[in-house]
Design a protein around this ligand. Structure first.
Ligand code: PLP
Length: 268
């Protein structure tokens, strides 16, 4: 192969169980035909039963990884996942400006505001939420919170379409260009409806809800699939629609692994 594929960078944590974090991101990049690159922020110790702990990567090593790939290989789109601390978030924000990634540049930037695992373990130190709001959201082309993250970030409890719209409006106040309020965690709903908005357009994306508990890594996989489409030049509504089709298939094919929650699947 001599043609160089588009490139995507994930700035995120490692999952020793291989289902979420950078492992999920790299799989999604690969499956969507882009060359994946990594700035590792934290090493988590986890298995299907949950996160046992984590250790963050020194801040200067996080930023050096971003600069190393951006200045040589080039980044067509980037995303963040687990960022662990306010110091890492602040340093990442400054570095993204230096290498021209983010909404005021030509390089799209997706923020998945990872705060906790599905099993309820914190993946972010508490004071870091404010840094996500003030440092990352204004630089983001798109943010992709789930309903737990929406509540933490805005205080809005999403229970129906009206409160989902109110949450989207509240989140856009923090300065991202687009927001995707993911409805997947509304378990009583028959369909899985995500709401995409830039403040003037409100696009409801509806998809089937699959009867599986094995959804570990789903959020990371969706954000990385969207980032892949953006890296290939899609506009945000197209990239989100493509990402949603991708994650639906990964959830449909998810598998049990270990005694706890299994991962969404890249095998199809
Ligand atoms: N571990 C890491 C490193 C992650 O980045 C994430 C989510 O972003 C998780 C665990 C949690 O994944 P889930 O909530 O799908 O279990």
């Amino acid at each position: 192969m001599t043609l160089t594929p588009r490139t995507a960078l994930t700035i995120a944590g490692s999952d020793s169980g291989g289902g979420a974090g950078i492992q999920a991101d790299l799989r999604a990049f690969f499956a969507n035909g882009v060359h994946g690159m990594v700035a590792l922020t934290a090493v988590t110790v986890q298995n299907s039963l949950g996160v046992q702990g984590f250790s963050e990567v020194p801040v200067d090593v996080v930023t050096a990884q971003i600069k190393a790939v951006a200045t040589d290989m080039g980044v067509d789109a980037a995303k963040t996942g687990m960022l662990a601390t306010a110091e890492i978030i602040q340093a990442v924000a400054k570095t993204l400006d230096e290498v021209h990634i983010g909404r005021s540049t030509d390089t799209p930037f997706v923020v998945d505001p990872v705060a906790a695992s599905m099993t309820g373990h914190a993946l972010l130190r508490e004071e870091a939420l404010e840094a996500i709001r003030t440092e990352l959201f204004p630089r983001a082309t798109l943010i992709t919170p789930n309903l737990d993250e929406v509540r933490l970030l805005t205080g809005v409890e999403v229970t129906d379409a009206a409160s989902q719209r109110a949450a989207a409006e509240a989140l856009l106040e923090f300065g991202s260009e687009w927001v995707l309020v993911k409805g997947g965690h509304l378990r009583e709903a028959a369909d899985c409806v995500d709401l995409l908005s830039n403040g003037s357009e409100f696009i409801a994306l509806s998809g089937p809800r699959y009867a599986t508990e094995n959804t570990h890594g789903g959020g990371d996989t969706l954000a990385s699939a969207i980032t892949s489409s953006l890296a290939k030049g899609a506009d945000v509504p197209t990239a989100v629609a493509e990402g949603k089709r991708f994650i639906e298939r990964c959830v449909a094919e998810s598998y049990p692994l270990g005694a706890g929650v299994g991962p969404v699947s890249p095998f199809w």
